[in-house]
Design a protein around this ligand. Structure first.
Ligand SMILES: NC(=O)c1ccc[n+]([C@@H]2O[C@H](COP(=O)([O-])OP(=O)(O)OC[C@H]3O[C@@H](n4cnc5c(N)ncnc54)[C@H](O)[C@@H]3O)[C@@H](O)[C@H]2O)c1
Length: 422
């Protein structure tokens, strides 16, 4: 089968079905009322993506945020793009108490995901929650277990799973185009000028303790006095983020899991540090992680915030060929040549290049991911990134952070769902 595959077959082949759907009690034409928790960078951009994804299926009836400036900006955008004015909340518990809201989007910093997701499950909402599933492995399992007791749909924001380019890569790998796979490389490289340090996002000059809610931002994190840096640049501090591991790496281990039908690694060794951006940040700007998975599979991961020549990518290096997805846009299949001595079946395979925009008219992966979430609520599909899948991706991220912080190799015991160091 692999040998008969070519680019045209690919474009014709139907996308991989998401699996059987759950039965929904909703009327087909009923709009889904959404409450949006967190309208910062991701939440704000998503208001537009949702309009592209499903302009007629949903209504964003409420937004919640703890910074008034972002609430005002989101209300403005809602008026422009949707032509509506949502209700506004500062406390997500008040939004969750609104019975007319069917589903919530949680797009707040990592350390808040757990409490918000658990409260939303208790309130009986469908939930789309951003990655990483939670700030610790234990919190993630708490969500997974709570999710088992609800009949509502929960989707984790690892949106690459909804991109056709990755579904095609998975299809090719599963069809044997690159032979046996024991090795993958993944990387995310970024750079910026010295006056624009990595992750030092702009702090709105007017932000202060009156127009933000510092205690609600802190949530379960250790109490400390007001810090606009921590509020707006939370990725730089361990109290709120796992840094590169849970912000960037989880997307890549997740999509490798997806393409190769993998779940969790059995060990990880991580190393790195703050090499480029010497400010008061906690989280590294230079980071590598080596993973071993069961059955002889290895991931070599690297990230650096001081050179972006090689960009972003996942490279699945099979014994008979390579599938790589670059910058989430371009998928390349390249057969191995074995120095001109390739077996006939391998030599017959032709290189393939697919581009997300040109071949599938797809932009940001979040758009399809939102659609899958909404179709799941309607009972037509199943979520492609349910909590367990989100947790599996997050575990690899947390393992890398833990290995780095403890300067030790970390082992995952899959039977016990626990880690230890060696
Ligand atoms: N899937 C992706 O590709 C992707 C990309 C970027 C970010 N993200 C994720 O999205 C989430 C948000 O990231 P971001 O970059 O938008 O961060 P951000 O700091 O820009 O936005 C966070 C928002 O949450 C608000 N907030 C803080 N505490 C709150 C509380 N208690 N209640 C309500 N609102 C509160 C803040 O005021 C802010 O508006 C993170 O989990 C991040 O990992 C995912």
């Amino acid at each position: 089968m692999a040998d008969e595959f070519n680019r045209r077959d690919f474009l014709k082949a139907a996308a991989i079905a998401a699996g059987p759907a759950v039965v929904s009690g909703r009327a087909a034409n009923e709009k889904i009322n959404i409450g949006w928790i967190g309208v910062g960078t991701r939440g704000y951009a998503s208001l537009d993506w949702m309009h592209t994804a499903a302009p007629n299926d949903v209504e964003i009836t409420a937004i919640c945020d703890t910074y008034e400036g972002y609430i005002a900006r989101a209300k403005d955008r809602m008026k422009t793009v949707w032509g509506t004015t949502p209700k506004v909340y500062k406390d997500y518990n008040d939004l969750l108490a609104d019975k007319s809201i069917d589903a919530v989007f949680i797009m707040t910093p990592e350390h808040l995901h757990h409490n918000m997701a658990i409260a939303a499950i208790k309130a009986g909402k469908h939930i789309y929650t951003e990655k990483p599933l939670a700030h610790t492995i234990e919190e993630g399992f708490d969500i997974v277990h709570a999710a088992e007791k609800t009949d509502k749909v929960i989707q984790v924001g690892t949106q690459n799973r909804s991109s056709t380019i990755y579904k095609k890569a998975k299809e090719m790998i599963q069809q044997g185009m690159i032979g046996d796979v024991h090795y993958a490389r993944a990387f995310w490289y970024r750079n910026s000028l010295p006056d624009n340090p990595a992750w030092r996002y702009v702090i709105p000059p007017e932000a202060n303790t009156q127009n933000t809610d510092w205690n609600r931002f802190l949530g379960p994190a250790p109490k400390r006095s007001w810090s606009p840096e921590r509020y707006f640049q939370w990725r730089l501090y361990w109290d709120y983020s796992g840094g590169i591991s849970t912000d960037l790496l989880v997307h890549q281990t997740d999509i490798i899991n997806f393409m190769l039908n993998r779940t969790v690694p059995k060990s990880c060794v991580a190393s790195g540090g703050i090499y480029r951006w010497h400010d008061d940040r906690d989280t590294p700007d230079t980071f590598s992680a080596i993973y071993e998975y069961p059955d002889n599979f290895h991931i070599n991961y690297s990230c650096y915030f001081g050179n972006d020549h090689y960009g972003y990518g996942e490279q699945i290096c099979g014994n008979e060929g390579t599938i790589e997805v670059m910058n989430r846009k371009d998928m390349y299949f390249t057969p191995e040549t074995f120095g001109g001595k390739a077996p006939a079946n391998v030599a017959a395979r032709k290189p393939v290049h697919l581009n997300g925009k040109e071949d599938f008219n797809e932009g940001d992966g979040a758009i399809n991911h939102f659609r899958n979430f909404l179709q799941s609520i309607k009972g037509n599909e199943k979520p492609i990134a349910p909590p367990l899948v989100g947790q599996q991706a997050a575990i690899s991220g947390h393992m890398a952070t833990l290995s780095f912080k403890n300067q030790k190799k970390i082992i995952w015991d899959e039977a016990a769902n626990k880690y230890h160091f060696v």
